[in-house]
Design a protein around this ligand. Structure first.
Ligand SMILES: Nc1ncnc2c1ncn2[C@@H]1O[C@H](COP(=O)(O)OP(=O)(O)OP(=O)(O)O)[C@@H](O)[C@H]1O
Length: 234
């Protein structure tokens, strides 16, 4: 079942026409990966879904409801969590406080999610009373994903979780996203093809603000020419 449908969106940032026809769908329980060279429009696509860079045309439907004109906080309340590239966590708050601040509801389901993220990220459990500012890049990334997840989201948009992380930490983050797959749907922007191809079910390639190719991830793994053409990798 399609949870998110992005149809032919155009987005301007100031006078610049950045997205010029991006379309993709994310199915429930799958990891959909957005790929493309630097500047292709991947981050802007996630920001457009969240209403941070509002679209000027096209539609974005979440659970069959159009959300493209809604305010960001209302989009989040519909059940979409966003993990931006720059890991927005509160450095003066402890790991526990960072998570509690993100938990809008205090119901049993939210408490269960809180307990689940500590199982998913044992590092965070160990660091529960440490201030966010003392965490390493990888730990901040884990906290950032955990913060989005505890807030009852059905769809998580994650922007380049591997950026700047050591391979061993990338593996941990990757495993945790795989683990979440049966609980939440993920749209992932990822330049690290090893990570993208190991956890992605489907891919969409963006080029110059447009969706140019899409398919099953295993097809892209076998298509070296396509990877070279749009991603610059063999
Ligand atoms: N605030 C801004 N003002 C003007 N242009 C912008 C702004 N933000 C992004 N852009 C431009 O929009 C285009 C798409 O940027 P975006 O960050 O969405 O690409 P990306 O595919 O996520 O790239 P990367 O992989 O490098 O993060 C780029 O050409 C970028 O220079």
């Amino acid at each position: 079942m399609s949870l998110l449908k992005v149809h032919n969106i155009d987005t301007n940032i100031d006078q610049y026409h950045i997205l010029q026809g991006v379309s993709f769908e994310a199915n429930q329980g799958e990891v959909t990966v957005l790929l493309g060279r630097n500047g292709a429009g991947k981050t802007t696509t996630l920001r457009s879904i969240m209403g941070l860079n509002p679209v000027r045309s096209g539609t974005i439907s979440f659970k069959n409801k159009e959300i493209q004109t809604m305010a960001t906080h209302n989009i989040a309340n519909e059940g979409i969590g966003y993990v931006p590239e720059d890991q927005r966590i509160f450095s003066g708050l402890t790991v526990e406080e960072n998570l509690k601040v993100a938990m809008k509801k205090k119901d049993e389901q939210t408490q269960k999610r809180f307990e689940y993220v500590l199982v998913l990220f044992p590092d965070l459990k160990k660091l529960l009373y440490k201030k966010g500012g003392y965490l390493s890049g990888g730990q901040k990334q884990m906290l950032s994903i955990a913060r989005a997840y505890v807030n009852n989201c059905e769809l998580l948009l994650i922007d380049e979780p591997s950026k700047g992380l050591a391979p061993i930490i990338v593996e941990k983050v990757m495993e945790s996203i795989l683990d979440m797959k049966d609980k939440t749907t993920v749209v992932l922007v990822e330049q690290n093809f090893i990570m993208a191809s190991s956890i992605g079910d489907k891919f969409y390639i963006l080029d110059d603000g447009k969706t140019v190719r899409n398919g099953k991830m295993r097809e892209l793994k076998e298509d070296e020419a396509l990877r070279r053409q749009y991603l610059g990798i063999a």
